[in-house]
Design a protein around this ligand. Structure first.
Ligand SMILES: Cc1cc2nc3c(=O)[nH]c(=O)nc-3n(C[C@H](O)[C@H](O)[C@H](O)COP(=O)(O)OP(=O)(O)OC[C@H]3O[C@@H](n4cnc5c(N)ncnc54)[C@H](O)[C@@H]3O)c2cc1C
Length: 397
């Protein structure tokens, strides 16, 4: 959308040139493992938590300014505009090429340190984006998930250090991470949002115990992390003491504004796979199945249109409430799409044994993984609360 309110239905010459340069880079450099599209759902069975070829690929993207195009070259980008960032995400999503599978470092820690870190901490940004340092995020605890402000992991000042005691849970990549971006309580007497701080904690510090947790798929990519008298240098405090809550609201808008593209592209590809599956399993003429696939195709198209609309608002500097819908709608639609795949497969749909289960359990495994998407990063119920209150203006109960 232009500033005068008219709609531009073509890309500018500069944006088209950006796309061509990206395509040429991808054609030449895409790793063999992802040349026919990366199987995001297949990660569950790959065994290696962060495959070495993906680490090389992330570094290659960084070194060529294609890791986060909107950032300057020293942070793995090329100062691309928001529209170009969207073109980039669309191109990668269409080809099913991942940037990295471990998101905490480049997507959460890097923008937070750029906004709140001091000069010494900002030196950690480039290795986080390049994937040289693996990070984990220590937010959730057994009694603090949706209500994050209830977190209890305690940090007490002792000379030039903080002493940390407590427990985190569901900490993605904790077992391979070098550092944790950890939310701790530094003032137990303040109102709960006001006594939280962020510490950078080395995961090899004495007193840290990591116990991997398994998904229902068998994959263990997150863990419980226990802290017992862990000594953390006071210099590792990010931002002001007791001002950690504002960091949770962090400066992720630039990335978030385009990330919907990936989930819409994945949903569109899943709908296409459902059509093929229905043909192969003789359900293409089944009215019920046809209606469900058509409804999903309609949902994917609606989400794409909504995403573009939200993106246009964002690019013009307005807030984009449309993006609040995207998380809940894409997570729930993904789950429903894979459940439909199991239904089409019939009796074998829920089996994962490759000798017995049709498609080696691909649909049921994907269904389980998509269930996690309705919880991670804010559950669907919490998203609906946000939409009700902040978008529809309904009263809190
Ligand atoms: C795959 C995956 C990766 C994750 N990675 C990380 C990570 O790296 N770091 C990290 O810190 N955390 C991580 N998490 C944790 C995630 O952020 C939490 O699971 C999530 O915030 C929900 O918190 P909870 O599990 O404590 O559930 P709870 O908050 O206890 O919620 C339980 C149920 O109650 C519902 N509920 C809660 N409050 C309300 C309400 N006010 N209104 C309506 N319904 C409500 C929820 O929707 C849910 O269904 C990950 C989770 C998953 C699944």
């Amino acid at each position: 959308m232009r500033h005068d309110g008219t709609v531009q239905l073509t890309w500018s010459d500069a944006d088209q040139a950006f796309r061509e340069e990206l395509r040429a880079f991808l054609d030449e450099n895409i790793p063999a493992e992802t040349r026919n599209g990366f199987d995001f759902q297949g990660q569950a069975s790959s065994g290696e938590l962060i495959p070495s070829w993906l680490r090389v690929w992330q570094a290659t993207l960084f070194d060529n300014g294609w890791m986060i195009p909107g950032y300057p070259p020293e942070f793995g980008g090329r100062n691309a505009s928001p529209t170009q960032t969207m073109i980039y995400l669309e191109e990668l999503a269409t080809r099913r090429v991942p940037r990295a599978t471990h998101f905490p470092g480049y997507a959460i820690v890097a923008p937070s340190l750029l906004e709140y870190g001091n000069a010494q901490q900002r030196a950690l940004v480039a290795p986080a984006i390049r994937g040289d340092d693996i990070w984990c995020i220590g937010m959730s605890e057994p009694n603090a998930g949706s209500d994050l402000a209830s977190l209890q992991t305690r940090a007490v000042r002792d000379g030039d250090a903080f002493i940390v005691n407590g427990q985190k849970v569901w900490t993605s990549y904790a077992m391979v991470a070098a550092k944790c971006f950890c939310y701790v309580r530094t003032d137990p007497d303040a109102a709960k949002h006001k006594g939280i701080s962020v510490l950078i904690i080395s995961m090899d510090a004495p007193g840290i115990e990591i116990r991997p947790l398994r998904h229902i798929t068998g994959q263990a990519d997150f863990a419980e992390v226990f802290f017992t008298d862990v000594r953390v240098p006071a210099a590792n405090l990010v931002g002001e003491l007791n001002a950690g809550w504002s960091i949770t609201q962090g400066s992720l808008a630039h990335e978030r504004a385009g990330l919907w593209v990936e989930s819409v592209a994945r949903l569109e590809q899943t709908v296409q796979s459902l059509v093929e599956l229905a043909r192969v399993y003789g359900k293409a003429e089944d009215t019920g199945v046809r209606r469900k696939i058509a409804a999903m195709a309609e949902m994917a198209s609606s989400l794409r249109a909504l995403g573009y609309k939200g993106f246009a608002s964002y690019a013009q500097g307005s807030s984009a409430p449309e993006h609040s819908f995207m998380k809940v709608a894409s997570a729930e639609s993904g789950k429903a799409a894979f459940e439909l795949g199991m239904e089409i497969l019939g009796d074998h749909g829920a089996l994962v044994d490759p000798d017995i289960g049709a498609e080696a359990g691909r649909w049921v495994t994907s269904f389980y993984i998509n269930f996690a998407n309705t919880i991670a990063g804010g559950t669907s119920e919490i998203q609906r609360n946000i939409i009700a209150q902040r978008v529809l203006g309904l009263p809190r109960k």
